[in-house]
Design a protein around this ligand. Structure first.
Ligand code: PGA
Length: 253
């Protein structure tokens, strides 16, 4: 079901003590200040999931990645089942940093989604175009291909376990946010693609987050777009006050 969501992707930041400190700051602010209709998800480095689960209890946790394999001789990899067993309820898959730096192909992204779903993890599936594609004007087709290779290959019954995150690569960590018009245009296009492929109940039911330099001063405008259901927040999620300010940026009618 479509929900308002603000997820903090801590990426490869914070030592254990710093991570515990950040979570200790965020938790009471979420309880006291954030509207209960907003779902907050924290995605710390996987190595801290277990400790954070014990500490923050009710706030859902996400892993930032999972293995494309079930189990076995894959040195250094973490399976979906392992992540679930230490407290993850969600996993981010297909982040552009994984696709670009770690060369994850569409097939790997799909395999990871399948593993996550098998282990009853919900998936935050990222898509988004690089700057060169945006400049050519073919960004909608580019994202469509990414979804054809991932989301549209899943059984309809799995869709309720998927959250999409549109993250234009040129806006990630650059301080350059998509304008609210650019975000709304892509989110509406994604909903149209879903509606054409799967019908309108699927397209209206899925939550689509925007990610890419979301900050306290631009979140309200982005979240006011009718097809933007929240944000996947990188840099600004490392500061409790900024993260909470973003989570408080929804307007309620
Ligand atoms: P950013 O990262 O907010 O630092 O741009 C977003 C993301 O990569 O999910």
């Amino acid at each position: 079901m479509r929900q308002k969501i603000v997820a903090g992707n801590w990426k490869m930041n914070k030592t254990l003590d710093q991570a515990l400190q950040l979570a200790a700051e965020i938790k009471p602010m979420v309880m006291d200040e954030v509207d209960s209709r907003v779902n907050i998800i924290l995605a710390p480095p996987a190595i801290y999931l277990s400790r954070l689960k014990d500490m923050i209890g009710s706030l859902p946790l996400a892993a930032q990645n999972c293995s494309a394999f079930l189990s076995g001789a894959y040195t250094g990899d973490l399976s979906a089942e392992m992540l679930k067993s230490v407290g993850a309820q969600y996993v981010i898959i297909g982040h552009s940093e994984r696709r670009e730096i770690f060369r994850e192909t569409d097939q790997i992204v799909l395999d990871k989604i399948q593993q996550a779903l098998k282990s009853a993890l919900k998936v935050i599936l990222c898509c988004g175009e690089p700057l060169s594609i945006r400049e050519q004007g073919t960004h909608v087709d580019y994202v469509k291909k990414q979804l054809e290779q991932s989301l549209f290959k899943l059984e309809a019954s799995n869709w309720e376990h998927i959250i999409l995150a549109y993250e234009p690569i040129w806006a990630i960590g650059t301080g350059k946010t998509a304008t609210s018009q650019q975000a709304q245009e892509m989110h509406a296009s994604i909903r149209l693609m879903i509606s054409e492929n799967m019908g309108s109940s699927q397209s209206e039911g899925i939550s689509i987050l925007y990610g890419g330099s979301v900050k306290p001063d631009n979140a309200a405008e982005l979240f006011a777009c009718s097809d933007v259901d929240g944000g996947l927040i990188g840099g600004a999620s490392l500061n409790a006050r900024d993260f909470i300010a973003i989570a408080k940026s929804f307007q309620w009618s």
